[in-house]
Design a protein around this ligand. Structure first.
Ligand code: KG4
Ligand code: ZN
Length: 346
């Protein structure tokens, strides 16, 4: 490895149904972020089929890697380290990215660093907000995770809230499916809610007894599914578009309350006046608007990633990798993919 003024990290992300490779300079400047989404294949099955996902990653990863270097106008010799997601996610999918990273590391004599996917989502805000520095509160809302975290430094986190059952995006996708939307239904449900009328329905706000910052969506999900089934039963198995919109709106209101209240409370409790949302669900405008309004009322600065960095992408993994790299972290070749990799205080 040559001594370089700038630190270029190659990021690799393949934890679910996006194959992505990116080159990021000094943790914040994205030189390339190539993403191949498999959504069109998986929507035929109503969700991600793990076996198909790993096969598609294998077919795509080398092409995406080459395209990523090409777009960055760099060669592999310019790269200082490879950052790769090693969990959590689908094990077959993770293994494709991790094995590719290891092979590249050996053949190019470049160190590699295993990254927790959730820490990648947190780093997505460094890309979109150049002034954002820890400490801040991070609200991570995706298809697999819902966490409320104090980002103490670039490399240390304290977790205050987690979900006890479904993740926020998972709840969106499940309700969307029952309402008849294609996978992934989150964005379609958000769109339907725009035509909804307030107060046509009243859905519960899930509370976890004894842990004010934890989340629960299973009660809300069961309640809404019951309401939909009852309506369909009375109407020859059909449900009209206005009712779909009204249900979508109240479901989203319940989610918004759960996220906004906890985030503002934690920010006040810890006296940290910076809040950053991230993860696939942070593409949701209604959630961002509600959180921003409450942040403004409480003199809290609100940050969010551009949409392309909300859903899974390798740029966020490269950014997280940069901060691990300059902190001295390197992974060994025996690092394994970990489908259930925990996100813990560190
Ligand atoms: O971060 P991500 O790409 O994958 C995981 O790490 O899980 O998040 C995908 C999730 C899906 O559940 C999708 O429905 C949800 O993000 N999502 C949304 C919106 N856009 C994506 N949920 C609600 N509203 C949206 N606009
Ligand atoms: Zn994700």
């Amino acid at each position: 490895m040559k001594i370089k003024d700038n630190i270029y990290i190659l990021g690799i992300e393949s934890s679910c149904d996006e194959t992505s490779v990116s080159v990021v300079k000094n943790g914040r400047d994205v030189l390339s972020n190539v993403i191949s989404s498999q959504i069109d294949i998986h929507k035929l099955y109503g969700g991600v089929v793990p076996e198909i996902a790993s096969r598609k990653h294998i077919e795509n990863i080398d092409i995406i890697y080459k395209e990523s270097l090409k777009q960055a106008k760099l060669s592999i010799e310019d790269i200082c380290a490879i950052a790769v997601t090693y969990g959590p996610g689908l094990v077959g999918s993770l293994l494709v990215g991790l094995s590719f990273a290891k092979g590249l590391s050996i053949s190019s004599k470049i160190p590699f660093i295993g990254i927790n996917h959730i820490e990648g989502h947190i780093a997505s805000n460094y890309i979109s907000n150049r002034d954002l520095e820890p400490p801040f509160i991070s609200l991570i809302v995706s298809g697999g995770h819902t966490n409320l975290v104090k980002v103490e430094s670039y490399n240390s986190f304290k977790i205050y809230g987690k979900t006890h059952d479904d993740a926020c995006g998972e709840a969106y996708d499940k309700i969307a499916r029952v309402l008849g939307f294609e996978y992934p239904g989150g964005p379609k449900l958000e769109k339907a809610a725009l035509n909804g009328t307030q107060n046509k329905f009243s859905f519960p706000r899930g509370e976890v007894r004894g842990s004010i910052y934890d989340f629960t969506y299973s009660g809300l999900k069961s309640h809404v599914i019951n309401v939909i089934h009852n309506i369909k039963q009375k109407n020859n198995e059909s449900i009209d578009n206005q009712t779909i919109s009204d249900i979508s709106l109240e479901f989203q209101n319940s989610i918004i309350d759960s996220l906004v209240n906890r985030t503002i409370s934690l920010s006040k409790e810890l006296n940290i006046n910076k809040v950053a949302i991230c993860g696939g669900v942070s593409a949701n405008t209604a959630i961002k608007t509600a959180l921003k309004n409450e942040c403004d009322k409480n003199n809290i600065k609100f940050y969010f990633p551009e949409n392309i960095y909300c859903t899974d992408n390798a740029a966020m993994i490269a950014s997280a990798g940069y901060y691990e790299f300059i902190n001295g972290k390197r992974s060994k070749l025996d690092l394994n993919a970990d489908a259930n990799l925990e996100f813990t205080d560190k």
